[in-house]
Write a protein that binds this ligand. Structure first.
Ligand code: ADP
Ligand code: ZN
Length: 527
C-alpha cells in the first residue's frame, strides 16, 4: 500500500508532475495552491471541469498532515477516492453508507497518520466524535467542496453546511479553501460570511467554455429530438439526458435501448448498488447514455461527455450552466440541447408560486426562474446571455451557439397574440395548449364537442397557420408573461397585467420565428 512515503516536503510542481502526471498547472490553480501553502484561506470560483480538485489535492500532499475534504454527496466522494487511490494517494472517505468495519479502518488509519486525504460529509464531520478525533490529528488543510450549498440564496442549499462556520474555531491554524462553480455575487458573499472567512483570497476564473455549443429547441417530439441530437453529437463518447422526474429517466432509458443505445436511468431513488453499477459503467469509458435527474452530476468526472440534453428547462441559469458544464471536460467540442415548452415554463412558475418557502427565498427563486426563461427565449448570442447571468461580459458573440449560427428573425405577432388571448378568454381559461389550438384551427375534437366550443366566435380564426406555429406563439406568450397556468391541471389563463394591453391593441408583440421550426415540423407533429 505504501507506494509513497507520507510527507515528502516536495514542492507543488513536483507533486503535480509525479503524482498526477500533469506538466503544468492550469489557470488559477497555481495561485490557489500557493495561497494554501502560505496558510491563507481561499474562495475559488471555477466552472465545472475547470480543475478545482487539484487546487486542494496538491497542497494536501505537500503539507504535513491529512487534508480534510468536506463534500455533500457520497457518489462524489467515492469517485474522488477511487481516482486518487489509483494514483497511489492514500485517500479515504467517511460517510453514512459505509459499514462499521470500514469506518473503523478509516479511523485507525487516521490515528496512525496513514492518510493523505479524507473525504467526509458535513454532518459526519460535525459530530463530537469526529471533531475530537480530528483534533488529535494534524490537518494540512480543509477543503469545502460545493461551497454554494451554504447559501440559502443559492440553488442547492443544504442546512448542514451552515454548521461549517464553526470550523474556524475548531481548527484555527488550518487553511481553508471553499470551492464552487456558482459565481454570482450574492452567493460569493454568503459563502465568505457563512464560512467565517472574511479575509479569504478570492480567485475567480472565467466561466466561458468555448468548446460548449449551446442550443435550445422548442419541444415537439421529445424522443425524436433526443435521438437526432445523440446521432449528431455523441460519437464514441457519452451523453447525459436530464429528465424532470425519476419515472421519466426510466422511460427515456428504455426508449433509447429500444433504439439500440446503451442507456441507463439514474436517480436518487435507485438502490446504492444500482447507482454504483451505472457509475462504474459510465466511468469505464464505453459509449453510453445516462438518463438522469439532477442527482446525477456532482463529481461526474468523465472527460468525453459529448452531449448534455435537457428535457425540461432548469429553474435557474446556475443550475443550467452547472449541468451543461459536465460536457466536454476534455476540451473537445461538445453540444448541449435544451428542450423546452410553454407548458413547462408555465408549470415552473405555477409550482414556485405555490411553494411553501419563505417569501424572500421565493422572490430569489422567481428571479432566477425568470432569468432562465429569458435565457431560453433570447434572440441574441446564447453564450453571451448565459455568461451575463454570472456577471461576465463576453465582448463578441460566440459565433457558434444556435442563435449565432441561425440568427432568429422576428415578426409582428400582435394579431396572432390577440387571437390566442381571445381564445383563452372565450373558452373560459381552463384549457391547455392542445385544445386551444384545436379551437383556433376549427378542429372538431371530443373536448370541443363536449364543451360546445365550436359555437364560439373564435372557433377557426387561426385556420391559416399550422399547429406548430400556434404552439410557438403560445409558448412565447407564456415566456413573456401574458399567459400563465391556472390550477394544476395544465389549463392556461390570462395574466391580466401583460395580456390586457395586448388585447386592447396598445402593445405591439414581436416574436421570434423559431429557426429550427421547419426541421422540427418535418420530424414532429407539424400538421
Ligand atoms: P472541477 O472539480 O472544477 O469540475 P476537476 O477537478 O474534476 O474539475 O478537473 C477536471 C478535469 O481536468 C479532470 O479530468 C482533471 O484531471 C483535469 N485537470 C485538472 N487540472 C489539470 C492540469 N493542470 N493539467 C491537465 N489536466 C488537468
Ligand atoms: Zn453565440
Amino acid at each position: 500500500i505504501d507506494r509513497f512515503p507520507r510527507y515528502t516536503g516536495e514542492s507543488p510542481d513536483v507533486v503535480l508532475h509525479r503524482v498526477f502526471g500533469f506538466p503544468a498547472f492550469r489557470g488559477l490553480q497555481e495561485e490557489a495552491v500557493q495561497a494554501l501553502m502560505n496558510c491563507e484561506d481561499v474562495l475559488l470560483l471555477m466552472p465545472t471541469g475547470g480543475g478545482k480538485s487539484l487546487c486542494y489535492q496538491v497542497p494536501a500532499l505537500c503539507r504535513k498532515g491529512v487534508g480534510l475534504v468536506v463534500s455533500p454527496l457520497i457518489a462524489l466522494m467515492e469517485d474522488q477516492v477511487a481516482g486518487l487511490r489509483q494514483l497511489g494517494v492514500r485517500a479515504s472517505a467517511l460517510h453514512s453508507e459505509m459499514d462499521y468495519q470500514e469506518q473503523q479502518t478509516v479511523q485507525e488509519d487516521l490515528t496512525c497518520d496513514q492518510l493523505d486525504l479524507l473525504y467526509i460529509s458535513p454532518e459526519r464531520l460535525l459530530t463530537p466524535f469526529s471533531l475530537s478525533l480530528l483534533r488529535r490529528c494534524s490537518l494540512s488543510l480543509i477543503a469545502i467542496d460545493e461551497a454554494h450549498c451554504v447559501s440559502a440564496w443559492g440553488h442547492d442549499f443544504r442546512p448542514e453546511y451552515r454548521e461549517l462556520a464553526n470550523l474556524k474555531e475548531f481548527f484555527p491554524q488550518v487553511p481553508r479553501i471553499a470551492l464552487t462553480a456558482t459565481a454570482d455575487q450574492r452567493t460569493r458573499d454568503d459563502i465568505l460570511s457563512a464560512l467565517n472567512m472574511p479575509q479569504a483570497r478570492i480567485l475567480m476564473a472565467s466561466f466561458h467554455r468555448p468548446n460548449l455549443f449551446l442550443q435550445a429547441q422548442p419541444k415537439l417530439s421529445e424522443i425524436r429530438q433526443v435521438v437526432d441530437a445523440l446521432s449528431r453529437h455523441m460519437g464514441q463518447g457519452a451523453a447525459i439526458i436530464y429528465c424532470g422526474s425519476r419515472k421519466k429517466t426510466e422511460t427515456m432509458a428504455r426508449q433509447l435501448r429500444e433504439k439500440g443505445y446503451t442507456a441507463f436511468p439514474f436517480h436518487a431513488g435507485m438502490s446504492p448498488a444500482d447507482k454504483k453499477s451505472v457509475l462504474l459503467r459510465f466511468r469505464s469509458g464505453e459509449p453510453m447514455v445516462v438518463a438522469a435527474t439532477i442527482a446525477f452530476g456532482m463529481g461526474i468526472d468523465r472527460p468525453d461527455v459529448r452531449a448534455v440534453i435537457h428535457l425540461d428547462m432548469p429553474t435557474s441559469p446556475e443550475g443550467y450552466y452547472q449541468q451543461i458544464g459536465r460536457a466536454g471536460r476534455d476540451g473537445d467540442l461538445s453540444h448541449t440541447v435544451l428542450l423546452y415548452s410553454g407548458e413547462g415554463v408555465a408549470r415552473a412558475r405555477y409550482w414556485l408560486e405555490e411553494a411553501q418557502v419563505p417569501e424572500s427565498e421565493k422572490r430569489a427563486m422567481q428571479g432566477r426562474l425568470e432569468s432562465m426563461i429569458s435565457l431560453t427565449e433570447t434572440t441574441g448570442c446564447r453564450t453571451q446571455a448565459v455568461l451575463a447571468c454570472f456577471g461576465e461580459t463576453l465582448h463578441a458573440p460566440c459565433g457558434h451557439c444556435d442563435n449565432c449560427l441561425h440568427p432568429p428573425s422576428t415578426f409582428d405577432a400582435s394579431e396572432a397574440a390577440q387571437k390566442v388571448l381571445s381564445t383563452i378568454y372565450r373558452t373560459g381559461e381552463r384549457f391547455g395548449a392542445v385544445q386551444l389550438i384545436a379551437v383556433l384551427k376549427g378542429k372538431m375534437t371530443e373536448a370541443v364537442e363536449r364543451h360546445a366550443l365550436h359555437h364560439l366566435s373564435v372557433f377557426g380564426i387561426g385556420k391559416d397557420k399550422t399547429d406548430v406555429w400556434w404552439r410557438m406563439v403560445i409558448r412565447q406568450l407564456i415566456a413573456r408573461g401574458a399567459i400563465g397556468m391556472v390550477g394544476d391541471h395544465g389549463g392556461l389563463g390570462l395574466r391580466r397585467e401583460t395580456a390586457r394591453p395586448i388585447l386592447r391593441g396598445d402593445m405591439m408583440v414581436s416574436l421570434r420565428e423559431d429557426a429550427s421550426l421547419k426541421h422540427l415540423a418535418a420530424m414532429g407533429d407539424g400538421n
